[in-house]
Design a protein around this ligand. Sequence first.
Ligand code: GRF
Length: 246
Amino acid sequence: MTNTPNKLNICAFISGRGSNLKAIIDACENNPEFPARVSCIISNKPDAGGIEYAKEFNIPFAVISHKDFNNKQDFEAAILDALSHEPVDLICLAGFMRILSPYFINQWGPNIINIHPSLLPKYKGLDTHERAIKAGDSEAGCTVHYVIPEMDAGDIIVQRKVPILKSDTIESLEQKVLVQEHTAYPEAIKVIADNHFKKPEPTPTKVSSKQQTELSENNWINFTNFVKYGTIATIGALILLALLLL
Ligand code: GRF
């Protein structure tokens, strides 16, 4: 896939049905102004449902199964190699069920983000909806955050909340949160892309030494004028006062 100027190139990592991937593709496809595009997709599962979206939208994809490698290092080396064949600015983990090593994460610096189905920092890890219901929480939600070596702990980009009703089950809550995920993820991508393409702030113009001399001369003239006219006004006021008293 070729690069497109003014569009952030996304590689989505998936392991399953890919509904978040689809939401991201839709955001990119349905709005020509959206500042990102999905340039490639990597799945660690050959049967991930989300691969169908890669085919439907003609997006290059690679299946890199962790099971084909003896260790994480080799698995990640294969992913890094795949990434080097497509333009990629941002990795979006969208239901990717492997934990990336600190080595991999550090290679990509701040350019990996993830969506997690809880209101982080609450409920890192799995079974988030069940834990929120069991805890008697009144609200749940989702969080799009930067990925750092500590799991589900990076800075938050976007967070969305939903109320937990007495009638909610794990499934109904998951469904409600998922609806929010599908708008939260594109919103977070837009925030990052807008920031990426933002024109740099104009740097303050340097004042030349000649201008500096002129400025300080002007300041001096202003100061002496202030003293001169201030003195005249004070003397005038004193004379007036003396005349009034006589
Ligand atoms: C989502 O709930 C997401 O928050 C979590 O994994 C799930 C992936 O769903 N990280 P999908 O594959 O995007 O439909």
